[in-house]
Design a protein around this ligand. Sequence first.
Ligand code: ATP
Ligand code: MG
Length: 502
Amino acid sequence: HLFGAIRAAMPALDTPLASLIDGRVETYGDALALSARLVHLLVARGVKPGDRVAVQVEKSWPALALYLATVRAGGVYLPLNTAYTLNEVEYFLSDAEPTLFVCPPHMEADARALATRLGVPSIETLGADGTGSLMDGAANLPTDFADVPRGPEDLGGILYTSGTTGRAKGAMLSHDNLLSNALTLKDEWRFTGDDVLLHALPIFHTHGLFVASNIVLLAGAAMVFRAKFDPREALELMAAGKVTSLMGVPTFYTRLLDQPGLTSEATAKMRLFVSGSAPLLAETHRAFFERTGHAILERYGMTETGMNTSNPYDGDRIAGTVGFPLPGISLRVTDPESGRVLPTDDTGMIEVKGPNVFKGYWRMPEKTAAEFRDGFFITGDLGKIDARGYVHIVGRGKDLVITGGFNVYPKEVEGEIDAIPGVAESAVIGVPHPDFGEGVTAVVVKVAGASLTEADIHAALESRLAKFKQPKRVFFMPELPRNTMGKVQKNVLRDTYKDIFR
Ligand code: ATP
Ligand code: MG
């Protein structure tokens, strides 16, 4: 299904698909041939339709081909964050029971021991430079393969959520989930065969794997494929007209803003800048527009659903909003307790329904059932829909602070703190408090050289926020803990400061 659509959309086989850091250019024909060789190896290793192929490797061209090979084999692709330790990988392998685990060559001995203990039948290795048993084993295998037919409801991937709010959960994604979302986004964001995407996101996460790669493939477009985002190289590529579009997490944009070379001339040949995976500060959106004349297009999605909303391609891309529900997707805001649908501008739980919504959490039927209400998936994100229909994300339900019976939305308090001169950024959390249940606590990062104290922050907020919203304590940190997708890890902060009011 998914690969059938990719195949049907494929341009001439000598069309470039991915240009790599070493200057090599891989074509669509190369993608077909390499993924065919890899499928033959997967099949020889016992991968049958429906089997999981777990992969924890550095981003590389063969790694992308391995994703395509798994789908062609009718398998279920299961990429893992390269930052996970062996101990964490153990949980994923025992949970997902893959037929094959692909790891970097240096991990082989440990991975073999683990695989033996957990009963994972096969291990292959793949290094960032393509070395290892996977590519060696596939080297002389046939370059064509009759793809295993799959139906829309069959699984194409299991992606574990980022684990920002707790233990990562395996989201089961069907071929139709992946295909419908990628086709919608390709159309909404006007991707065509003329596009060259700067692809510098990891491919173990929905953003880089399913949004970026599937859109490029289905548009017959090309990409500059990079393991890491380098803002200086990005600017050079943009200025030289070698890329037309960028998909990034918000930190890509703050890093670009740090480059003196970011100007409207340098970005004149760019068609589109997309941001997602974490909130883009309205201030970043404005600063980027002032410097370049480009309004970053912010969209909102998650592992379980792919993309749900997007700012418009034509029309106003409003800073601090994530735009409108995508075609075919319904989004509503409800009272978290009763499920009652709330009116315009009221903040509540965001729920979504559509062909993008996943088939449930892997082997967690109760958890899955608890996260649905009348066919709508309860995202866990709080937000509102304004009078023009734009969706605003206010924060995560789990980050809501309830202090003395009052709800405090961290984003509102963070906005006030961030406006204080000398503050670079902030995170507001609730930590256990003997009298109030939770005490509002702020963690602040100063701009270099600023001399702010806790008392300064308290004084600045005095007249800006109701007493119950004001942080009871303020702490300073050199930087906020973030995961690879640029998400602030509030659970880490809550843990660090859990005893301050005891
Ligand atoms: P876990 O579910 O394991 O706690 P996670 O929710 O961070 O981790 P992902 O599926 O990677 O895992 O992230 C989805 C979440 O990212 C969304 O629920 C939302 O909170 C946040 N997010 C994504 N895009 C945006 C955006 N444009 N603005 C604000 N938040 C966003
Ligand atoms: Mg989540």
